[in-house]
Structures are given as structure tokens and as C-alpha cells.
Design a protein around this ligand. Structure first.
Ligand SMILES: [Zn+2]
Length: 599
């Protein structure tokens, strides 16, 4: 069946962009009125060099900046949504490119503000932090000024700023190699048929029930990275050296601290994640033991980790049925939450539901302070998509509440918190479906899915976090990073995490070389902390009363008005301790026990 063109899609299946602008021409008019002139940001220039003038001046400037940001975000949101409806549509593409370039211009126009604030004398800073007129911006300023002690002289700072673009080369070179230059050939399945290996098909092959295909895809992918191990090792080493340069130049005690300190996340959060997972690694081995017994194919290999252990089973439902189920599943969050979400999904048209010709693939939750929290889906009646919808609805409700309850400058939530609300809603849906499951097969299928989710997000990402930390620590100690010792380190981690029941093939030692997230500056641990917080919170809400529920809702309403770890404390979890991670691992253990009993 060929896909519908965008103009043929029923209104009810499309997100409601008309409530932002009735037509694209109305958007264009508004855009040209507000942002088409070349000196649109010149009012900001008149503040440059004057930030010591007094609290009133700083407030004026921040008002200007946030208003411009708000206007731009509104225009951007509409252009972005229209662009993604059909990425081949030229008019929308042009509009999107235009608004993006204004956004870049805006970033350039405000880039001097933080450095100038940071170079103010300490007395001035204290004065501003006390000033009544800056009350609303106090925390915003505090976040910027937090790194004052790690800020250098203005000459040194301008040198650092100049070096920044040059030091981006490692990340860009890896991305070019990984996304454009490398070709992975093909993998034979058990009947001898060849399948092309790409980044997208690789994940599908690893879930295939044909073991020969899995093995060949795994080997084909990793052997290619092995061919380039010297180049990739230099790229990753270069990136680590870049972090070391930043850490030393700004006088941090470690690369990890240099990355986490500006966000006010204690390095203890990172260490306690790794330590807790290590101390409970037996729980993962226990699951692998069950996997080995169930699959019964002899010793397991890494390419046996993703295929479902359960017999073929399928749950399908329409979009409307998925909405009904998701709305039922959020009942523990109370009537208000349920009603807002139900209205958003069913009546207000938050969601762009199905695939059409040229529509952007995947799924996301988007929108801005003055719009609805839109959701892009490519919904296809399969269970994975039901969970994706629950996930994106979790993001959207978090955005909805934060935007409603916070002033503009605090209405976004930080990355550390981003995946908590979404994963939380997936967990509610899972628990709801488990309760309603009619057959043993259905239960096993659901359990397997959830177990794999936690394994891939909590255990695997913590293993990556441990690797990332260890290569930085080696560099800090002046120990060399070579292909051989990177491979050895990764091999040891694989052995530790997967345990005695898995044979780690030699070619798997190179896996670190294909992980793009290692170029994202201590990012991966947040997947693990995010799912831990979400599972701990879901457990707390499901087993708690009104107090626990309201605390969770207050967390959703907090946006970025506090530091992330503090924000989570509102909901009742303390990520500086190992407790939430322990709770998540206990949940994993319970799921494995339940699946073992059913199998
Ligand atoms: Zn998400």
C-alpha cells in the first residue's frame, strides 16, 4: 500500500497547528514583522559592556533576551512542525531554514552575556543576587555564576572561546566516519541470503530469530570498526584530551567534575550509580542464566542478547485503543492529570498520528511555552508504538505542567530530568497491562520487553559510563590510550557485566569504537539515572497515597526552577544515594523472577 500524501491526511489524524497560525502565510507575515530586519537584535548590543551599571540594567537585558527567545520559539515551533509533516515540501523547508538561521544569529547576539556576567567583581555579583528587582532571575543568575571560580581572565577566556571550534574536530570526524564513510557490507542468513548491514538494519538483525544472521551481522559490523581501530582510537583519545584540557585550564580536579559541576550534579551521583550497579551485578547474571536456559543454544554470545526469549506472540491495537489504554494507565496520577492527557490525545489533537509520504520518521514530543505539547508519531498498531506513545505523552505532560506553573525562564526541564517522566509513564502502562493480561504468553511477552528495556538502559549504559570514566581517569594519570588497552578495558567490562554464561568473542572488544555517545561528554550515565529515578518513583506512587502522588506532580511542575538533583528530591528520590538505583535493580530482579516462574 503506498503512503498518503500529506494533503490527503484526515484533519483528525493531524496535530492542531492551525491554532498557532491559521495558515502558513500568517506565520510568514508574523515572522517578517518580527525578525526579518537585519538589525533585529541590535537592542541587545546597547547593553554590552554595561552589565556593571546596576541590577535594573541587568533585568532590562534579561527581559529583552527572554522575550526574544519566547517569540522565536513560537515561530520556530510552528515552522519545525510544518517542516516535519513533509520534509520534501519546499515552502516549509525554506521557512524552517530561515527561522533556524535567525536562531543562530540570536545565539551569537547573546553569546557575550554570560562571559561578561562572569567577569564582574564578586561584590557586584553579590549585590545582584540580593537585588529585589532581579528576584525572578535570581536562580537563573545563580546557575550562570556558579562557575565563577572556574572562570579565567578575559584574555584567557577569549583564547578558550577561540579554541572551542578547533577542538570540535574529533567529534565531527567520528560522525563523518560513522555516518558517511563506513560501509558495513552484508550479512548472510541461515539460508544463504545476503542482507545489507546499516546502522538501522543492524538493530533489527540482532533481534532476528535466525542465529546465523545475528552472528554474521554482529561480526560484519564490528570487523569493520576493527579495520579502523587506530583512527578511531586516536579520535576518542583526542576527545578525552580535549576534556582534560578543559579540566586543567579551568582548574577542576577531574574531567568528570568539569562536566558535572556547571550543572550542579555532584560526582557522587555518577560514582554511586556505578558502585551500586557493580554491587548488584549478580542480578544481571541471574537473568542471563535464565536467558541461556530458555534459549538452549549452548553458550551465549553477545549477539544472543537482544532476540526475544519468548515464543512468537503479538499484541496489536489501533491508535484509539492505545489512547484508551494509556489514559487508563495514568489513573494513579489522579483525575486532573488523566483529564488533561485524555483531552490532549482525543480532542485537542496534540498528536500527529500516522506516517504519510515525506513525514519525518521516529517520534518526539515538542512544542514551546505558548503552544500545546505536540507529539509526532508514526503509529503502526504494534505494541512498541503503544509504549512510544505513552513515553512521548509522559514528556508532553511534563512540559505541560512545567510551562503552566513556571515563568518562562524556568519552564524547560534539564537533560538530567528529561527521561524521567517519559519512562515513568511507560512503567505505569506496563504495570497496567500486566494486570490486565489474559494469557501466560502475553505476560511473558510483556515481561521480556520490560526486562530488556531495563537491561539496555540501566545495565548497559552504566557499563558505558564506567568505560567513559575509566578512559578519562587513565588520561588524567598520563597512562596511554591505545587500541589494545581500550579493547582490553572494554573486554573486562563485558566479562564483568555479562558474567560466566556469555562467551565474549574477540571481535566484540572493539564495540566501544562504534558508540557515538562517547563523544557527548559524560552523557550516557543519565540514561541509567533517568530509568532508575523513574522506576523508583513509579513504585513510590503506585504503593503510596495522595502525598506521594502530589509530590510527583510537583516535580512535573518544577521545570528548571531548581537544580536537577534537588528537583527529583521534591518527588521523593535522592540520586546522590544508591537507593533509587537499588530500587530499579530490585524491580528488574522481581521481573526476572516472575518470568522464570512463568517459563
Ligand atoms: Zn524520551
Amino acid at each position: 500500500m503506498s503512503l498518503e500524501i500529506r494533503s490527503a491526511v484526515k484533519t483528525n489524524d493531524c496535530w492542531n497547528v492551525e491554532c498557532m497560525y491559521p495558515t502558513y502565510d500568517d506565520w510568514l507575515k508574523d515572522f517578517e514583522k518580527k525578525f526579518s530586519s537585519s538589525d533585529v537584535f541590535s537592542p541587545l548590543e546597547k547593553f554590552r559592556g554595561r552589565l556593571a551599571a546596576g541590577a535594573g540594567t541587568v533585568k532590562d537585558l534579561l527581559d529583552h533576551v527572554f522575550q526574544a527567545d519566547r517569540d522565536l520559539s513560537y515561530l520556530y515551533t510552528y515552522a519545525h512542525l510544518r517542516h516535519d509533516e513533509d520534509i520534501a515540501e519546499d515552502r516549509h523547508k525554506t521557512g524552517f531554514i530561515r527561522i533556524c538561521s535567525v536562531f543562530h544569529e540570536f545565539s551569537r547576539a547573546v553569546s557575550w552575556i554570560e562571559p561578561e556576567l562572569l567577569l564582574l567583581p564578586q561584590e557586584k555579583i553579590s549585590e545582584y543576587l540580593q537585588a529585589d528587582v532581579l528576584k525572578e532571575y535570581r536562580f537563573h543568575l545563580e546557575k550562570i555564576l556558579r562557575v565563577k571560580n572556574h572562570t579565567l581572565s578575559s584574555q584567557e577566556e577569549s583564547l578558550l572561546a577561540l579554541s572551542a571550534e578547533a577542538l570540535d574536530g574529533y567529534t565531527k570526524a567520528f560522525s563523518a566516519l560513522n555516518n558517511a564513510d563506513l560501509a558495513f557490507g552484508s550479512a548472510k542468513d541461515s539460508s544463504g541470503k545476503e542482507h545489507e548491514i546499516t546502522h538501522a538494519s543492524y538493530g533489527v538483525f540482532l533481534r532476528d530469530r535466525d542465529r546465523t544472521l545475528r552472528e554474521n551481522a554482529f561480526k560484519g559490523m564490528h570487523e569493520k570498526f576493527e579495520d579502523y581501530e587506530n583512527t578511531i582510537s586516536e579520535l576518542l583519545t583526542g576527545l578525552v584530551k580535549k576534556h582534560l584540557f578543559r579540566s586543567k585550564a579551568r582548574k577542576y580536579t577531574s574531567c568528570l567534575e568539569a562536566s558535572l559541576y556547571p550543572k550542579n550534579i555532584d560526582t557522587q551521583v555518577y560514582h554511586s550509580l556505578v558502585e551500586t550497579v557493580n554491587s548488584k551485578i549478580g542480578v544481571l547474571h541471574d537473568y542471563i542464566d535464565l536467558r541461556e536456559k530458555t534459549m538452549n543454544v549452548g553458550p551465549l554470545h553477545l549477539y544472543d542478547m537482544y532476540v526475544p526469549v519468548t515464543p512468537e506472540f503479538d499484541i496489536t491495537m489501533t491508535f484509539e485503543e492505545a489512547c484508551d489504554l494509556i489514559i487508563e494507565s495514568v489513573a494513579p496520577l489522579g483525575e486532573e492529570y488523566t483529564q488533561i492527557l485524555a483531552k490532549g490525545l482525543r480532542e485537542d489533537r496534540w498528536v500527529d498520528r500516522y506516517e504519510n509520504k515525506g513525514k519525518r520518521s521516529g517520534a518526539y514530543s515538542n512544542g514551546c511555552h505558548d503552544s500545546m505539547p505536540y507529539i509526532l508519531m508514526n503509529y503502526k498498531d504494534v505494541l512498541r508504538d503503544v509504549f512510544t506513545l505513552a513515553h512521548e505523552a509522559g514528556h508532553s505532560m511534563h512540559s505541560y505542567y512545567s510551562r503552566k506553573h513556571q515563568p518562562y525562564c524556568y519552564s524547560d526541564y534539564p537533560i538530567f530530568l528529561a527521561e524521567v517522566a517519559s519512562t515513568f509513564n511507560e512503567e505505569l502502562l506496563m504495570q497496567h497491562m500486566m494486570k490486565k493480561a489474559k494469557s501466560k504468553e502475553e505476560k511473558i511477552y510483556l515481561l521480556n520487553m520490560k526486562i530488556e528495556d531495563i537491561r539496555a538502559t540501566l545495565f548497559r549504559q552504566t557499563m558505558f559510563a564506567e568505560f567513559e570514566l575509566s578512559i578519562h581517569t587513565k588520561a588524567e594519570r598520563n597512562e596511554p590510550l591505545t587500541p589494545a588497552n581500550l579493547k582490553e578495558e572494554f573486554y573486562k567490562l563485558n566479562q564483568k557485566y555479562f558474567g560466566p554464561k556469555v562467551e565474549i568473542d574477540s571481535v566484540a572488544k572493539i564495540e566501544w569504537a562504534r558508540i557515538p555517545h562517547f563523544y557527548a561528554d559524560f552523557y550516557v550515565y543519565q540514561y541509567a539515572t533517568g530509568i532508575s529515578a523513574a522506576l523508583a518513583l513509579a513504585d513510590r506512587v503506585l504503593h503510596g497515597g495522595v502525598k506521594e502522588r502530589d509530590e510527583y506532580l510537583n516535580f512535573l511542575k518544577s521545570g528548571s526552577s531548581k537544580y536537577p538533583v534537588e528537583t527529583l528530591k521534591i518527588a521523593g528520590v535522592d540520586m546522590s544515594t544508591g537507593e533509587p538505583v537499588t530500587a530499579a535493580i530490585n524491580r528488574f530482579h522481581d521481573l526476572v523472577t516472575e518470568m522464570r516462574a512463568l517459563l
